[in-house]
Design a protein around this ligand. Structure first.
Ligand code: 6PG
Length: 470
């Protein structure tokens, strides 16, 4: 009998199965196409005679599992998960546990959990981050759903997860909260990647930095406050050669996506949470997708002549701008998680979430320790921006940040992430915004009413009558 089962042996499933086996848990695996089962068994053999048992029939797979059965699903989100569950349900018994490890839209998890519950089956929607490498050697995992089911699977997950100051897994909360947190992780991932791309654009266009120099700069940054997986791999990317040139220069400037970043922005809109940096990252991907249009537009529309000027402070200023914008982006993501937690009564702990993102996942970064500390010190903290430590850092970096946004604007370099974050910061720190004028307009054309700064209540003015206020 195997201690655990895994269904779905594409890249993530195959690597996670081997990771689980390597940590000493016997595992049964099944996949719709049998070749992947055979591939997984061959790898299990080659990578250390790992305790993996493969099945080509689903009933045999289910029958091979210790009870209560614990089955991880790593099949494509959406309809394929529904189809897999439909096939599994008749083979399961009350008390069994299903753990969906895909990037699933959280209401789908809640719908399935409800159906599973009617049959006495416990259901978990678990975000898994870290790509192929993470799945094989230690991902960050965000399981949400049935708490007692989590307790049953926790000993496995805790060993399999990345280990950075403890295992990078914790019970997230009820319902679809695990998927939700993973979705926001991906939104933050989009934001980080956009900000890094903008920093690259400023450095190469306004600073004239070569790929070799960019590799050095990013490697240096990775030794400081920006230390993170994405900065580290960016340094590596600039070193990769392609014939006489560099591979990065040969890659088409058109970003693909699977959609979790879009969900994050949709959710931010749904929950009325401002998320300028993440939204800018999503727009950046859409604009990149208009490659043919952009090529045509580049022959019609002109901008300023960008010029590379020698500025000894440029690299440090870009680093400061990037770091400040990154704080804004994480603040937006955390606020979105909190808004969902409040609305759905999930009771999520933002400090613990920052902790499990410290290792294994794509957005792992040294500064997550600081985020954890900020929310541990004040779980009700309204925004990371007003944590005393982050507030001081933003303040120390804002001159650089403004300089870089100004430089980009005057050179015609689009920096929607850096500038959108700065606008977010500037709007958030202002006691009074021009929203009074919007309210006046709304009241004038639509009698939508307004509040006043000096009196309680809801007011409507006769805007044709110039003499009177309200
Ligand atoms: C992770 C990633 C992963 C995601 C890819 C692709 O945490 O390991 O977030 O889950 O699927 O990064 O995302 P896009 O195709 O949307 O860029």
């Amino acid at each position: 009998m195997s201690e655990i089962g895994l269904v779905g042996l594409a890249v993530m499933g195959q690597n996670l199965a081997l990771n689980i086996a390597e940590k000493g848990f016997s595992i049964s695996v099944w996949n719709r196409t049998a070749q992947r089962v055979r591939d997984t068994l061959a790898r299990a053999q080659a990578e250390g005679d790992l305790p993996v048992t493969g099945f080509e029939d689903l009933a045999g797979f289910v029958a091979s599992l210790e009870r209560p059965r614990r089955i991880i699903l790593l099949v494509k989100a959406g309809a394929p998960v529904d189809a897999t569950i439909e096939a599994l349900f008749p083979l399961l018994e009350p008390g069994d546990v299903l753990i969906d490890g895909g990037n699933e839209w959280f209401p789908n998890t809640e719908r399935r959990a409800k159906k599973a519950e009617e049959m006495g089956i416990r259901y978990i929607g678990m975000g898994v981050s870290g790509g192929e490498e993470g799945a094989r050697h230690g991902p960050s995992m965000m399981p949400g759903g049935s708490r007692d089911a989590y307790e049953l699977i926790a000993p496995v997950l805790e060993k399999v997860a990345a280990q950075v100051g403890g295992p990078c897994v914790t019970y997230i909360g009820p319902g679809g909260s695990g998927n939700y947190v993973k979705m926001v992780h991906n939104g933050i991932e989009y934001g980080d990647m956009q900000l890094i791309a903008e920093a690259y654009d400023v450095l190469r266009i306004a600073g004239g930095l070569s790929n070799d120099r960019l590799a050095e700069v990013f490697a240096d940054w990775n030794a400081g406050e920006l230390e993170s997986f994405l900065i580290e791999i960016t340094a590596r990317i600039f070193r990769k050669r392609d014939g006489d040139g560099y591979l990065v220069d040969a890659i088409l400037d058109k970003t693909g996506m699977k959609g979790t970043g879009r969900w994050t922005v949709q959710e931010a809109a749904e929950k009325s949470v401002p998320a300028a940096t993440i939204a800018a990252a999503l727009d950046g991907r859409y604009l990149s997708g208009l490659k043919n249009e952009r090529v045509r537009a580049s022959r019609i529309l002109t901008g300023p002549q960008a010029s590379a000027a020698a500025d000894p402070d440029l690299v440090d200023d870009v680093r400061n701008a990037l770091y400040a914008a990154k704080i804004c982006s994480y603040a937006q993501g955390m606020n979105l998680i909190r808004a969902a937690s409040d609305e759905y009564g999930w009771n999520l702990e933002l400090g613990s979430i920052a902790r499990i993102w410290k290792g294994g996942c794509i957005i792992r970064a040294a500064f997550l320790d600081r985020i954890k500390d900020a929310f541990d010190a004040d779980p009700k903290l309204k925004s990371l921006l007003v944590d005393p430590g982050f507030a001081a850092e933003l303040s120390a970096r804002q001159a650089s940040w403004r300089k870089i946004v100004g430089l980009a604007v005057s050179n015609g370099i689009a920096v929607p992430g850096l500038s959108g974050s700065l606008a977010y910061f500037d709007a958030y720190r202002r006691e009074r915004l021009p929203a009074n004028l919007l309210q006046a307009q709304r009241d004038l054309f639509g009698a939508h009413t307004f509040e006043r700064v000096d009196r309680q209540g809801s007011f409507h003015a006769d805007w044709d009558e110039l003499a009177d206020g309200v």
